[in-house]
Design a protein around this ligand. Structure first.
Ligand SMILES: *Cc1c(COP(=O)(O)O)cnc(C)c1O
Length: 360
């Protein structure tokens, strides 16, 4: 076998490492912000029925425009959106990649506010877009003034705003999104992968779409919808934006099975989202428990908590793993991230933390 170095790979990909959150089989996996609750059985049965009928037509290419799925997604989102506003792909990572293929590329720049979702810089490099990392305020918050100043200075072609932000969990105010939009003539993408876990009275960036044709709001079924294994992400934007994405998508990129499964699940969105309130409760338990143990938990509107004050993150990570609990070391000094699990998983994590203490 030859090495990567010996291949005639693109110069801008040399020395890069792929996305690589560990996939380990452990009793308590709280490392990649999945919904740890399975799909409810009644919904699973409907999905299987829809799949069975889709399989019978699988000799034909699927609906390239995934019209039924777009109607269902528009219905789920509300806010006066219709089919023409909606785009979908195999996970929101693919949606974001398509946005970069259409609006980024060689000679263009993408700006984000670090620390943020690690895929942004990887998607940039995959599409030949230059990644620019700007800074956040204290506690990983992001004020309108800080964000707008960074955008005005860098003049990026695209801005990715993660709301709430991964890996910090911190929310993003609509005023910050508005300030960023007004500071650029480029594309602004708000990644709302975790928005369903925010408090009910927090408005979505969807409310900002009218009159802002350069604003894209991406969502995923992977987290709140417990659909990570099926791969469905989507966005809402001006119809001109979805037309632009048609220029870069592969034909028939959403399989008939994916479309059928997602459409069937969206017909049960209340049942699919039934665990979200419980997950919020578990997240708040984690925040309170870690604080009590003397750690610093950052403000979170998502289904995970970033905490600091860890003397030796690697040792704590390993000590938890020995107890069958997998969390995430995202490489921030003195900090680790944990996903809110079921009540039992969350208890297992908090009990282990108390047993290990702050000095594993
Ligand atoms: C998990 C996640 C996604 C979603 O990924 P999918 O490809 O939809 O599974 C998008 N953005 C952020 C910030 C995430 O953490």
């Amino acid at each position: 076998m030859s090495s990567l170095e010996s291949l005639p790979i693109r110069d801008d990909l040399r020395g890069k490492t792929p996305y690589g959150a560990p996939q380990k089989t452990v009793p308590v996996a709280l490392n990649v912000n999945e919904n740890t609750h399975p799909i409810p059985e009644v919904v699973a049965r409907d999905i299987v029925t829809a799949l069975a009928s889709a399989v019978l037509g699988a000799n034909r290419y699927p609906d390239r425009e995934f019209s039924a799925l777009r109607d269902s997604l528009a219905g789920y989102l509300g806010h006066g959106l219709s089919r023409d506003n909606i785009w979908a792909a195999n996970g929101s990572n693919e949606v974001l990649q398509q946005a970069l293929q259409a609006f980024g590329g060689p000679g263009r720049t993408l700006l984000g506010f670090a620390p943020t979702y690690s895929m942004y810089s990887l998607l940039a490099s995959g599409t030949g877009t230059t990644w620019l990392a700007a800074e956040r305020d204290a506690e990983y918050e992001l004020s309108p003034a800080t964000a707008a100043a960074a955008v005005a200075k860098a003049q990026p072609d695209i801005v990715f705003l993660c709301s709430p932000n991964n890996p910090t969990g911190t929310p993003l105010a609509l005023d910050t999104i508005k300030a960023v939009y007004d500071a650029t003539d480029g594309i602004v993408v708000v990644d709302e992968a975790y928005v369903e876990f925010a408090p009910h009275d927090i408005p979505s960036a969807l409310t900002l779409l009218p009159g802002r044709e350069r604003l894209l709001v991406s969502r995923t079924m992977s987290k709140a919808f417990a659909f990570a294994g099926i791969r469905v992400g989507y966005l809402a934007a001006d119809p001109a934006v979805t037309d632009a994405l048609r220029l870069v998508r592969l034909p028939y990129h959403l399989s008939a099975l994916t479309q059928a499964a997602a459409t069937a699940a969206l017909a049960h969105s209340d049942a699919m989202l039934a665990m979200v309130d419980d997950i919020r409760v578990q997240r708040d338990r984690i925040t309170a428990g870690l604080t009590q143990l003397g750690f610093h938990a950052y403000r979170s509107h998502s289904n995970f908590v970033l905490f600091g004050g860890v003397e030796n993150p690697h040792a704590l990570f390993e000590a938890l793993l020995e107890r069958g609990i997998l969390i995430r070391d995202i490489g921030l000094p003195g900090q680790l991230r944990v996903t809110a699990g079921t009540e039992a998983e969350t208890t297992a994590f908090l009990d282990a933390m108390a047993a290990i203490g702050s000095k594993p």
